[in-house]
Design a protein around this ligand. Structure first.
Ligand code: HEM
Length: 171
């Protein structure tokens, strides 16, 4: 029997880095304060993920590297072909989405409402090879922009859950 899939993508869990990072510049002070006040461990961990990636500029750099690699590298030609000729819109949408997903400002939701990510991917044939290309491309981008190994591993685990949930074709 298939498990019910969550409507919201997984929130990255940066584990014990949460404690470590509360003393560093958090994404926004209000988010950090709220997390502490509510004692919401997930929210706190996610805020730290946004800060650890480098805030707005860091998320933008990561997304740009991700789409540059998708555009340039032959091994990502399969998923590149699913995207529009120009990637400008895709860059913006992934940047807005990841900003909130990592615990920063909810830029995507404030523009479009609930992400309904799985539904929005249904027009694109996504099976295991497409999932794995996306994840490989993101892993490469995270390495290129210089994220620490532990952070990359934790984020990749969360990306895997979301990417796997996006599969809509057998194979
Ligand atoms: C599993 C492999 C995946 C493939 C092949 C894929 C492919 C695509 C394609 C072709 C689009 C349309 C691009 C456009 O309209 O410009 C898209 C949109 C999007 N993707 Fe993915 N995607 C995958 C996984 C993911 C994951 C894991 C995330 C988030 C962590 C994500 C986030 C988004 C977002 C936010 C949009 C914009 C949705 C909209 O507002 O229309 N995708 N994706």
């Amino acid at each position: 029997m298939k498990l019910t899939v969550p409507e919201e993508p997984a929130v990255p869990d940066v584990g014990d880095r949460a404690a470590e990072s509360t003393t560093t510049a958090a994404s926004t002070e209000s988010t950090a304060a709220e997390s502490t006040a509510t004692g919401d461990a997930n929210e706190s961990a996610a805020s730290n993920a946004y800060a650890l990636v480098g805030g707005e500029a860091g998320v933008r750099t990561l997304v740009d590297r991700f789409y540059d690699l998708m555009d340039l590298e032959a091994e990502f030609a399969g998923i590149r072909a699913l995207h529009p000729a120009t990637l400008d819109g895709s860059r913006d949408k992934l940047f807005w989405f990841l900003s909130g997903w990592l615990g920063g400002p909810d830029l995507y939701i404030s523009r479009f409402g609930h992400p309904r990510l799985r539904a929005r991917h249904l027009p694109y044939a996504i099976a295991t090879p497409e999932r794995d290309q996306w994840l490989r491309c993101m892993a490469w981008a995270m390495e290129d922009v210089g994220l620490a190994l532990g952070l990359r591993e934790r984020l990749l685990t969360s990306f895997f859950e979301t990417a796997d949930w996006m599969r809509n074709r057998a194979g």
